[in-house]
Design a protein around this ligand. Structure first.
Ligand code: 7TS
Length: 414
């Protein structure tokens, strides 16, 4: 957490846990220990209740009805946009585009800005730690435009070396697209420095904020990026909703992504003119309840002391790292200084998938596999890792439950 945030209330993990109904359930007769929030976070009652309320009492299509329900649904949908704006400190709600997730937001930038502005030989620079969502759209763009995709390296501890990073950038670099926080390694990338380097070379910077927005304070003006994308479901909100933030000037210069209702100004069979952003990029009926649910998730986070939340997550990570390192045969993957609360590891003699299956019998949910980062796995020399990722509702006891379950797994597997 890199910036002081307002602190309306002290942080109390047990009080927070009571807000998440699913955490009270058991799995295989054991208390649920949910350590896969980097894949998708659980939802607080405040979000669940909002979705129920919207569908039970307040639902209608937006931006088109002349009747009360549609007007109030539209107001709630647009109020959610204002909540996102405030949360990331965008200068205008016109800069906040709702998408169905981060993946769609990155594809939108590649398909619109990329196809409009990149020529054969222009370069897009990403890093070795990227999620497939921040690799494949650029490969599609490369195939469509003849641009070149370059990869900045990662250090063995998972950190990014700015000198090597800058070497990947040149006069033809038009876009730098990097994760704010790595979903595999937990590395917090030096995004402000990356912004300076990108801009010094005349390139734009896209930040994939899927993991970053959860663990870091995000101020898009302060970060100096040109695009910031994230998914609602990792931020304790619903699935099916995400955000693309870009400066208004960029959004105005970009062609539309999809054609359809809501994104037009006028349509004739001969030609169509576009609505101004953000509507230009929101063709069709949007994810209405999901956007309002994301607004509720943001309200929820704003009701907590986020500095205390960050300290709590950091304490969980440090405890997990030190206890995991003591388990015989376990090797930590991703130990960069200042990293976020995501910890990958491998255990000698145990395939991550087998390990995750056995941990599940103890009620412990972890992710195993390549985490949609196959090129990173290759660089790390592993086919897969096991990953525990921590959220504001996790406890030290749950870290200990992971370690106990690992010892039990060793008895079974080794
Ligand atoms: N970028 C990063 C850094 C991510 O962690 C993810 C999802 C995405 C993009 C894609 O997000 P989506 O919501 O559009 O799918 N990461 C993970 C993960 O680590 N395990 O499951 C999904």
């Amino acid at each position: 957490m890199n910036k002081q945030m307002t602190a309306p209330l002290a942080f109390d993990v047990q009080k927070v846990r009571a807000d998440f109904p699913i955490l009270a359930r058991e799995v295989h007769g054991k208390p649920l220990v949910y350590l896969d929030s980097a894949a998708s976070a659980q939802k607080p009652r405040q979000v669940i209740d909002t979705l129920t309320r919207v569908y039970s009492h307040e639902y209608a299509n937006v931006h088109r009805g002349a009747y009360y329900l549609s007007e109030t649904a539209t107001a709630a949908y647009e109020a959610a946009r204002e909540k996102v704006r405030g949360f990331i400190n965008a200068s205008s709600i016109k800069e906040v585009v709702f998408t169905k997730g981060a993946t769609e937001a990155i594809n939108l930038v590649a398909a619109t800005w990329g196809r409009a502005f990149l020529k054969p030989g222009d370069e897009v620079v990403i890093t070795a730690v990227e999620h497939h969502s921040n690799i494949v759209p650029w490969q599609l763009l490369r195939d469509a435009t003849g641009c070149v995709l370059k990869i900045a390296p990662v250090n063995p501890d998972g950190s990014i070396d700015l000198v090597s990073f800058e070497q990947a950038i040149g006069p033809k670099t038009k876009l730098v697209a990097v994760a704010h926080v790595s979903n595999v390694l937990g590395t917090v990338l030096p995004v402000r420095e990356v912004a300076d380097i990108a801009h010094a070379h005349g390139a734009k910077l896209l930040l994939d904020g899927c993991q970053g927005i959860v663990h870091e304070h995000v101020d898009v003006q302060d970060l100096g990026c040109d695009f910031y994308v994230f998914s609602g479901h990792k931020l304790y909100g619903p699935t099916g909703i995400g955000v693309l933030w870009a400066s208004l000037a960029l959004l105005e210069a970009m062609p539309p992504y999809q054609g359809g209702g809501d994104m037009i100004d006028t349509v004739t069979f001969a030609c169509t003119t576009w609505a101004p952003p953000p509507a230009k990029f929101e063709a069709g009926t949007p994810p209405i309840a999901q956007a309002i649910g994301l607004g509720a998730a943001i309200d929820y986070l704003n009701s907590l002391d986020r500095v205390a939340v960050a300290k709590h997550e950091n304490a969980l990570l440090r405890h997990a790292m030190s206890r995991l390192a003591q388990v015989p045969g376990v090797r930590l993957i991703g130990t960069a200084p200042g990293k976020a609360a995501v910890q990958s590891f491998v255990m000698e003699g145990a395939h991550p998938h087998d390990l995750a299956t056995i941990l599940d019998r103890s009620g412990v949910c972890v992710r195993a596999g390549h985490h949609c980062a196959q090129p990173l796995m290759e660089i790390l020399g592993v086919t897969a890792t096991t990953r525990a990722s921590f959220a504001l509702y996790n406890t030290m006891d749950e870290v200990d439950a992971l370690i106990t379950a690992l010892h039990r797994a060793q008895e079974v597997l080794l």
